[in-house]
Design a protein around this ligand. Sequence first.
Ligand SMILES: [Zn+2]
Length: 270
Amino acid sequence: MTTAYGKLTWEEVRDADKDRVVILNVSATEDHGPHMPLDTDTVLGMAVAEGVAAAAPDEVLVMPPVPYGFNEHHKDFPGVIWIQPETLLAFVTDITASLAHHGFRRILLLNSHGSNHPVLDLAARKTVIASGVICVSASYWNLMPARINAIRTSETGGIAHAGEFEAAMYKHLQPDLVHLEKAAKQVVHNPESRFFNLDLAGGGGGAMLMRWWSEVSPDGTMGDPTVADAETGRRFLEAAIEETTALVREIRALPILTRRDHHAPTTRKA
Ligand SMILES: [Zn+2]
């Protein structure tokens, strides 16, 4: 059976193993510097999802992606399509409600655009409450910070948006669409800061401020794409696929638990 959800017939869905983990990639359509296309987050997120499907063909199904996300702060750059977080939350939870209705019990919301992270975290929590199924959200870079740091050549701050990580992987996948001759290094990371860190493998910071993107980046880049290399990109992608496959296997092994309502008074002997 194919792992592509969209290629199934309704009878195949009816008969499918409902403990397969259904992967839904949610991404964005937005500026990625002058050197990369608007579809970067979708291309990379689906490369991870499809890589997992190739590695574990009997364990997953891959949904068609949601190629738009929460990114209104990018709209000073032409081409950005932004979705309000309330709309995205409602849209994604309608998809998960549909999957639960058809009997699927294990869903992974695989995020490939940073600002979707809190929205998909809420969507997963709402799905659990509404449907009782297992629904997990994860931004794929968060599954492998140590591996990113072992592979990268850029300093902290070099991997945030359209930087070394994304440019290297896109270059590995579709080299003709990455124009590093137009790329510039835009590292805005402040090593003095105790609380702010937007590097995707920098351990995060304890606090978050998302400014208008045009305030912090002159050309849409945040990071260092100038050092991006296709072989490094292949290794980043391989690590992402391996770690996401490991996550999928953990999700498949999670027990389905039963709620217990504690409102009814217990009858205890005095
Ligand atoms: Zn991106």
